[in-house]
Design a protein around this ligand. Structure first.
Ligand code: XMP
Length: 510
């Protein structure tokens, strides 16, 4: 089935993926594409509406990202956000200039005029601003719709052409009626709301059945949400013709391998093979302290083990991968510096002999993957599992990885998870985990001196893991975690909380 589509043209702003996600939450399929898309390409994509995102540039800067002017003459409704709004202004003959003062953060918005874009929105509300330029004169045919103190034109529109601009960010939660602005724009576009996860599952199952025919299908199960949901979806379509391989490298979080086997083999009756490679990985990691070296070893061994297993299974026609939309978007962007060489199953296609790659989740955002998981009947515990890097606990132990250290970080991590879940915070935090530092400190326990390990707790909020902020976990929760870790985990006598954002730090410690 062809879904109605909103095209989000990316001008480099930090909330751009969020815009596409918000639109999808309103049941309209939406795709993020580079801003330099040609008019022909846009026509071919046949969107019902176009959103121009914000971005770090100023419209008059040399080499500032541009938009083909013809896009605004296609008769397709357009909403420009921040930079997008300024771009519409100059493209249609208006003027943009430096604001007398920049506005950052929560700002009061006053709506002046009746407009379908502000339907159901009170005259005064709070919006989120982040700009240094502002609209000075409007293009012909446009009317100012709203203002803030520092920005006389905070929203405008040409109702006849259905072209609108907002200087604020409707996609961020701090804009009180941001969701309503987007909803109104979708209504202006004539959206039917035909994008639901229930529909997605039904359509995917049908098309997977058709595509995979009677072929043999192989999947690598990592324990993470994406590979689990991808496998469950394919399993729903073709049942036992899917074989899943779970490489147990001994670096998983507490109870993870057992849970994977219980849920997918015992309850869902999937054809799931667990390969015990714990010794192999530990031996290879002995004496290795460099983070990148650890990643390389784990990535290489993972592929070797999987390859051997695949050969034992015999010829396969299709390989399933849990690629999700942000991976697709990221890989479409230019090359950025390698901060960490991420290991996931991305290396597999090169070494396994198969006819085609199957990526049933490549159109979905993480939150949609979770909703698909729920549609497929997977438990909350699996669906809301914390993302974990491919090398797992190996890069949450500073320095050499040993069995003893794995035990310490595994227990501490399990306590942190338990307490965050008990406090109901797990869905508010993007990622959280414990790290075993390579520091030892002096402590006193039971009137005796101890000289033991420092555990660091890391919890961050983020939109897409590209940037992150440390999560403001309530002190009482941190206190409980600290008391429990120092009381229950052997060889840990101190707990610290990481209060660094990304940048300058990264989310993981290695
Ligand atoms: P950083 O630490 O780079 O992490 O801020 C960003 C996100 O990526 C995850 N991560 C990894 N994922 N292999 C992976 O598959 C890796 O080597 C790896 N390193 C970091 C990290 O957990 C976070 O979600």
């Amino acid at each position: 089935m062809r879904h109605q589509k909103i095209l989000v043209l990316d001008f480099g702003g930090q909330y751009n993926q969020l815009i596409a996600r918000r639109v999808r939450e309103l049941n309209v399929y939406s795709e993020l594409r580079p801003s330099e898309l040609s008019v022909e390409e846009i026509k071919r994509l046949d969107p019902i509406g176009i959103i121009l995102t914000g971005g770090p540039s100023s419209v008059y800067e040399k080499n500032a990202p541009y938009l083909a002017k013809d896009v605004l003459a296609l008769g397709i409704p357009v909403l420009g956000i921040c930079y997008g709004c300024q771009l519409i202004t100059v493209l249609l003959g208006g003027e943009v200039g430096r604001a007398e003062r920049s506005e950052f953060g929560k700002t009061q918005l006053t709506v002046h005029a009746e407009s379908p874009l502000f339907d159901g929105i009170p005259k005064k509300s709070v919006c989120w601003m982040s700009h240094t330029d502002r609209i000075r004169t409007l293009p012909d045919g446009f009317t100012a719709l709203a203002s803030t103190d520092g920005c006389p034109v905070a929203a405008y529109g040409d109702e006849e052409k259905s072209i609108y601009g907002v200087q604020f960010h409707p996609e961020v939660v701090h804009t009180e009626y941001g969701g309503q602005v987007l909803k109104n724009f979708l209504r202006i576009c004539g959206a039917r709301g035909d994008w639901t996860m229930h529909g997605f599952v039904e359509e995917s199952v049908l098309s997977l059945k058709e595509r995979l025919g009677t072929g043999r299908v192989l999947s690598a199960m990592s324990g993470g949400v994406d590979s689990a949901v991808a496998a469950a979806l394919v399993h729903r379509a073709i049942g036992e013709r899917l074989t899943c391989v779970f490489v147990d490298h001994g670096l998983h979080r507490k109870g993870e391998p057992e849970e994977v086997m219980r849920v997918f083999r015992d309850e869902l009756h999937m054809n799931l093979i667990r390969v015990d490679a714990r010794e192999l990985f530990l031996n290879a990691l002995r004496g290795v302290t460099d983070p990148e070296e650890k990643r390389r070893i784990i990535g290489r061994l993972f592929i070797e083990v999987f390859e051997r297993q695949a050969r034992a299974i015999g010829s396969v026609d299709y390989l399933v991968q849990g690629t999700i939309y942000p991976d697709v978007v990221e890989s479409g962007r230019g090359k950025s510096a390698v901060i960490k060489s991420h290991h996931n199953v991305g290396g597999l296609p090169d070494v396994i002999d198969f006819k085609e790659l199957v990526e049933p989740l490549r159109d979905l955002f993480k939150d949609e993957v979770r909703r698909v998981g729920t549609e497929l009947g997977l438990e909350e515990r699996i669906v809301w599992r914390q993302p974990c890097p491919g090398p797992a606990l190996a890069i949450r132990i500073m320095g050499e990885v040993t069995e003893e250290k794995l035990e310490i970080v595994r227990e501490a991590d399990a306590i942190f998870t338990e307490e965050l879940m008990r406090a109901g915070l797990e869905k508010d935090v993007w990622q959280y985990f414990a790290v075993l530092t390579d520091s030892k400190t002096v402590g006193v326990q039971g009137d005796a001196r101890t000289y033991e390990n420092v555990i660091a707790l890391r919890a961050v909020t983020s939109v897409d893991a590209m940037t992150a902020d440390w999560a403001r976990i309530p002190y009482e929760v941190l206190e409980r975690v600290s008391v429990r870790i120092t009381g229950e985990v052997r060889h840990a006598n101190r707990v610290v909380y990481d209060i660094t954002s990304k940048p300058p730090a990264t989310i993981e410690w290695e």
